[in-house]
Write a protein that binds this ligand. Structure first.
Ligand code: ZN
Ligand code: ZN
Ligand code: ZN
Ligand code: ZN
Ligand code: ZN
Length: 514
């Protein structure tokens, strides 16, 4: 969605319900500054602060108070009444622009006014004096009230933000909450930053979550528009073309608010695999008392949310007459079941990122193994007869040849192979097999073939470019060589397990993405 449209939505939040009570030289009584509501929405703030800045006060002969500003040049070297250079036209780009400020700066401003102007009441020589500072219920904003020291006619009030007519909040305070919510902060983080880190006043918990509820339909609207746009761009394509709405390539996965399966909030998303555009989403929450979304709480377990989410999303896609030809996902059985029950002819491709992660996990388990298990011999004696006789030579000191460096390199090499083969399944099989069988053992030429990954001779001086070796060079050497017979075989078997899934990893027509 274009930015303009989004900002328009948020503008609707402000729509004509805001009022400002400043700008009048006659008495303005700010009610919000003195009333502390005792209901549930009460802001978690300290008592009202009525502050008078320290001033040197002195009675004048005619009875009026002489106010000497604390920030006068004599006391404050930064204070200067001269008009600063680089003056512009003074036109505001937008009168609702927000700035950051401090109360002391406002005091300095009034001090300047006191020095350069006088009261409009005839014969009054009074000065403006700060009589009330109020921050309660303003979510970080402030109201300052000044009275004339010489008469009762002049009272001026500064409100650092306009206030909502009915909601108990300020525009700036609300904008701050929206910013925090948009960046994913829950109330505790918001309060920690404002109260503890910045020493500011902030909104109470119930107000913060009220703001969340206020935002919900707008954010959901933006999200739905994004989905509609992504679908629309697929519908523009020719139906027979891979990636169109009738020949869709999608990827789907569930995400939990906190990592793992124990989180009480989960979302299943379906995206266009080629563009990344969001198509459908389904959110589950297991906890909450306020009915903001209008949806019921999820009663299943965290783990089962993935299957339920997938089922909901694919049903919706069927209703929209979408057809998914290829779907990329991790190895989750519940979501593939949901997919195939709605799109029986869809082909599932396993996400190579997940495969790489599982491959790494498997190697990490094998790294700790000193002796082969009977079950392993039984399982692999047909495909790898050597397993009956091999012994581990490397685990004498608890650091075998499956070092962290080796495992890391194995994962990187796997991903590099997936990337390098494009749509070529056979190349994937050949390259991964030769990686395990030869390259890992520091053999780079065999049966008239050679390693695909590198040149046989590499630079020896450290100064040559990879494409142009001018020194005498040296033969390539594998960094983490597997020398132990058992672990070499274990690596081969681990790679064969991935090769078995090659049809699900490499699709003939689809460029892999990593
Ligand atoms: Zn003048
Ligand atoms: Zn006056
Ligand atoms: Zn070993
Ligand atoms: Zn090699
Ligand atoms: Zn060199």
């Amino acid at each position: 969605m274009p930015r303009r449209k989004q900002s328009k939505r948020f503008e609707a939040l402000h729509k004509a319900r805001w009022t400002a009570r400043t700008g009048s030289s006659t008495a303005v009584t700010s009610t919000s500054s003195t009333i502390i509501t005792d209901n549930d929405d009460r802001n978690e703030e300290l008592d009202d602060v009525t502050a008078t800045p320290k001033r040197e006060t002195q009675s004048d002969s005619d009875g009026t108070m002489e106010v000497t500003p604390i920030h006068f040049q004599k006391y404050d070297p930064d204070f200067n009444l001269d008009t600063p250079e680089g003056r512009n036209s003074g036109e505001l780009p937008n009168s609702n622009s927000i700035f950051l400020g401090q109360v002391s700066q406002m005091c300095k401003f009034i001090d300047q006014i006191n020095l350069s102007s006088k009261c409009a009441t005839p014969l009054c020589h009074g000065k403006l004096k700060l009589v009330c500072v109020s921050m309660i219920g303003q979510q970080g904003c402030v109201t300052l009230q000044y009275d004339c020291t010489g008469c009762a006619e002049r009272r001026v009030t500064f409100e650092s933000s306009i206030k909502h007519e009915t909601e108990n909040c300020t525009a700036v305070g609300l904008a701050l909450q929206v910013a925090f919510i948009c960046s994913g902060a829950m109330y505790s983080q918001y309060a920690k930053v404002l109260k503890n880190a910045l020493g500011m006043y902030c909104a109470g918990k119930s107000i913060y979550y009220k703001t969340l509820a206020l935002m919900y339909p707008h954010v959901k609207g933006i999200l739905n528009d994004m989905c509609e746009q992504a679908k629309e761009s697929m519908k523009q394509k020719n139906d027979s073309e891979l990636g169109s709405f009738k020949n869709a390539v999608t990827c789907g996965d569930a995400a939990w608010l906190t990592r793992g399966y124990h989180s009480q909030n989960a979302t299943y998303t379906l995206r266009n695999y080629q563009t990344g555009g969001l198509l459908y989403y389904k959110h589950f929450s297991q906890r909450g008392k306020d009915d903001i979304t209008g949806e019921e709480l999820f009663e299943g377990t965290s783990k089962s949310a993935e299957g339920f989410g997938a089922e909901w999303v694919f049903k919706k896609a069927v209703t929209d007459e979408m057809n998914i030809s290829i779907h990329v996902q991790d190895n989750d059985s519940t979501s593939s079941k949901a997919l195939l029950s709605n799109f029986p002819n869809c082909r599932i491709i396993l996400c190579s990122g997940h495969i790489a992660r599982n491959h790494e996990k498997r190697l990490k388990t094998l790294a700790k193994q000193k002796f082969k298990k009977k079950s392993q011999v039984k399982k692999y004696e047909k495909t790898h007869p050597g397993i009956a006789t091999v012994k581990c030579h490397c685990m004498k000191d608890d650091i075998g040849c499956f070092t962290n460096g080796f495992i890391k390199a194995a994962r990187i090499n796997f991903s590099a192979i997936v990337k390098s083969v494009g749509c070529d399944q056979q190349a994937f099989i050949d390259r991964l097999r030769s990686l395990a069988k030869y390259h890992a053992k520091n053999v780079h030429e065999w049966d008239g073939e050679k390693c695909f990954f590198h040149d046989l001779t590499v630079c020896d001086c450290g100064k040559c470019k990879k494409s142009d070796i001018t020194c005498q060079g040296k033969p390539y050497k594998t960094k983490n060589i597997l020398s132990c017979p058992f672990h070499s075989l274990a690596y081969e078997i681990a790679c064969e397990a991935v090769i078995d899934k090659s049809k699900q990893i490499i699709h003939e027509d689809l460029e892999p993405k990593i």
